[in-house]
Ligand binder design. Structure first.
Ligand code: ADP
Ligand code: MG
Length: 261
């Protein structure tokens, strides 16, 4: 998608004044973020700044203290009745989460299932796909993540980079409207990082809407439409990669980037 068509594309994620506390610890202090269809937003920031907590709020793996998050027109996690918000049931949350793919630092594949089952099971159970449809789609996705022919492998037989690519295929099998990545390459040996980033790049090129927490500056520079720098629970600075990474305006951003080099 061209930059111009992204600017006018529909909003996929709208987070408004998101606050989150754990006891007395204020982890998110009013996060606002808009992500449009087809956009890739990279979220940067030091450890402990609240990046994972924010991603987890987007699919309601974490409850918010206040604020609202709307994904594809739907308020996440709550029903609104008048001025009151009521938390959804587990079943309703599961339905919302089907549209949001998430890839974690640790791949979280099902260890006792082969690759094909890892990818095809959820679409059969939760998307009403026939087994044949789900298997055909899983095979396409394996090709897309450069693992054609590895249907029968078990996670322990795969490298970390291969497991992470299966995890991406598994998330995509649910046909999500949004993909969240939380440091997807941080647990990998350095020589395996590139193969995972290249799959993510392909996905971005295909127009997937993505929020990516990463420390991979060259990926952010090349792929992100927008870079958001967070520190201590606030968005410090936001803009194009060129703005934020190459000429940061805020001292906190500069200090972080100096430590990254
Ligand atoms: P990041 O992903 O940017 O490293 P996190 O969102 O993981 O940051 O964490 C932000 C802060 O919230 C940290 O101080 C962390 O210790 C705290 N935190 C995260 N999850 C919990 C939790 N379940 N209970 C208490 N504190 C938490
Ligand atoms: Mg984190």
């Amino acid at each position: 998608m061209s930059d111009r068509s992204k600017q006018s594309a529909s909003v996929v994620v709208e987070a408004t004044d998101v606050h989150k506390s754990f006891g007395t610890l204020d982890v998110l202090k009013g996060i606002n973020l808009t992500v449009r269809k087809g956009e890739v937003v990279c979220l940067l920031g030091p450890s402990g700044s609240g990046k994972s907590t924010f991603l987890r709020c987007i699919n309601h793996l974490e409850t918010m203290t206040s604020g609202r998050i709307v994904v594809d027109g739907q308020l996440i996690g709550y029903h609104e009745r008048g001025d009151e918000l009521h938390e959804m049931s587990g079943k309703e949350l599961a339905v919302q989460r089907r549209d949001i793919g998430m890839v974690f630092q640790r791949f979280n594949l099902f260890a006792h299932q082969d690759v094909l089952t890892n990818i095809s099971q959820a679409p059969i159970l939760n998307r009403g796909k026939s087994r044949d449809q789900a298997v055909a789609r899983a095979k396409q996705l394996l090709k897309m993540v450069d693992l054609e022919g590895r249907e029968g492998a078990y996670p322990y037989q795969l490298s970390g980079g291969q497991q992470q690519r299966v995890a991406i295929a598994r998330a995509l099998a649910m046909e999500p409207k949004l993909m969240l990545f939380d440091e997807p390459t941080s647990a990998l040996d350095p020589e395996l990082v590139g193969e995972v980033l290249s799959v993510m790049r392909k996905l971005a090129d295909e127009g997937m809407t993505m929020i990516v927490v990463t420390h991979e500056m060259s990926f952010a520079r090349d792929v992100a439409d927008r870079v958001v720098f967070m520190d201590q629970g606030v968005v410090v600075e936001e803009g194009t990669a060129r703005d934020v990474i190459d000429s940061p305006q805020q001292e906190r951003t500069r200090a972080f980037l100096r430590r990254m080099h």
